[in-house]
Design a protein around this ligand. Structure first.
Ligand code: PLP
Length: 386
């Protein structure tokens, strides 16, 4: 059960607004807003004394919170600026050899997709699974895996259809075939029950500005310990290696880099610590509420909305199986009536993503059954536009 009192305390500022748009950018909880807004003021107050030591200590606590959320070790978590950077660090750093292949689908967001396309110049082949009506079918992966397949990359939840790939099942397949599962987690982390160990995920990146209730410019990258050892990151500084040249620094060995064994090897230079603090605040709230509780709640809201839309004359993107629901529902509206659609949503104080001819409704812990009723009423009104 979700702690309603805690939700009211953290999200009371939404009042009569029906916010269904964290799939775009979250309205973060009070604790995230406070820590992010105050970050600089706090260290100016103390004349920046110990600011970097304190910041690294805070980042280590944030690592633990993210690790708790993802079900991994904190030594497997690095902070990154966004999903694209996380996938980029992984793809650039992994020792692919020419002729190897990775399986991808045709729905991926550019932050994932383009980093894989880029590896083609290193001789990596991409095998593509065609989606059908916003869905991806796991049987298709089985057909494409061969002896040169290194792994599969997929978004946990597709940004344009809301389709959730059953990561438990895909993870089992990857385990059986001894290949890697690499996940763009941004539309799932914080809302759905992602557990990287149970789901046999080798790497997962997410930006913090959506369902994990952090902010833009800071996210996290998980890389499983054994895979981490194989990565040669594209950037390096003193945080990434074991030998620290203490001042007055005179370098004598210009030949080697001794990479740290843990995820710190993926971080170079100082981090966006205000962003890390924001992500930590958001993730700590998710951990307090319990991501399994949140997941059950959003999936229940998802089913409620779909049931209320039964028979509507709008195209509702619907996976064949309920196990692929995600708490994100995409509904196409009549193309020529965009202005009226915006008016209907605004009048009812509903915030959702509108792009490419569809409305994307995304649910989180603070949403209620009444919000779903209101969204359904608005959609029925939209369906009558002519
Ligand atoms: C599935 C998916 N991946 C990646 C992104 C963008 O991620 P970032 O800006 O963190 O690179 C989005 C944002 O909409 C998304 O929906």
């Amino acid at each position: 059960m979700l702690n309603k009192q805690l939700l009211d305390q953290e999200f009371g500022f939404m009042k009569d607004v029906i916010f269904l748009d964290a799939a775009h950018v979250a309205l973060p909880p009070m604790r995230t807003q406070a820590v992010y807004s105050n970050y600089m003021t706090e260290y100016v107050k103390i004349f920046a004394e110990d600011v970097t030591q304190n910041a690294w200590a805070m980042a280590d606590e944030a690592r633990r919170d993210v690790a708790t959320l993802l079900g991994c070790e904190s030594t497997e978590v690095a902070f990154i600026k966004n999903t694209a950077e996380g996938v980029g660090i992984f793809t650039a750093g992994y020792p692919f050899t020419p002729g190897q292949n990775v399986i991808i689908d045709d729905l991926e967001h550019p932050s994932n997709l383009n980093n894989w396309v880029r590896q083609k110049s290193r001789g990596l082949e991409l095998k593509v699974i065609p989606s059908r009506d916003g869905s991806i079918f796991i049987e298709e992966y089985e057909k494409l895996i061969d002896e040169n397949t290194v792994g599969i990359t997929v978004s946990a939840v597709q940004y344009s259809s809301g389709f959730y790939t059953d990561l438990d099942r895909l993870g089992r397949l990857c385990k059986e075939r001894n290949i890697l599962l690499m996940v763009d987690g941004i539309q799932a982390v914080g809302r759905l029950d992602i557990d990287v160990k149970r789901q046999n995920i080798a790497a997962l990146a997410f930006g913090g500005h959506k369902h994990s209730w952090g902010t833009m410019g800071c996210g996290a990258l998980y890389v499983r310990r054994d895979v981490l050892q194989k990565l040669e990151p594209p950037y390096v500084s003193y945080q990434s290696v074991t030998d620290f040249i203490a001042p007055p620094a005179v370098t004598t060995d210009f030949t080697r880099l001794n990479w740290k064994a843990d995820s710190r090897r993926l971080e170079a230079g100082l981090l966006n610590f205000a962003g890390v603090a924001a992500l930590r605040a958001g993730v700590s709230l998710i951990n307090e509420l319990g991501v399994k509780n949140i997941s059950e709640h959003v999936l229940q809201l998802d089913r409620q909305l779909r049931a209320a839309l039964k028979g509507i004359e709008l195209k509702v993107v619907t996976p064949r199986d309920e196990s692929n629901y995600s708490g994100i529902v995409c509904i196409y509206y009549p193309k020529d009536h965009e202005d009226k659609v915006v008016e209907i949503l605004r009048r009812r104080r509903i915030y959702a993503t509108m792009r490419g001819g569809y409305i994307r409704v995304s649910m989180h812990a603070y949403n209620t059954p009444e919000h779903m009723d209101a969204a359904a009423e608005a959609l029925w009104e939209i369906s009558k536009l002519s």
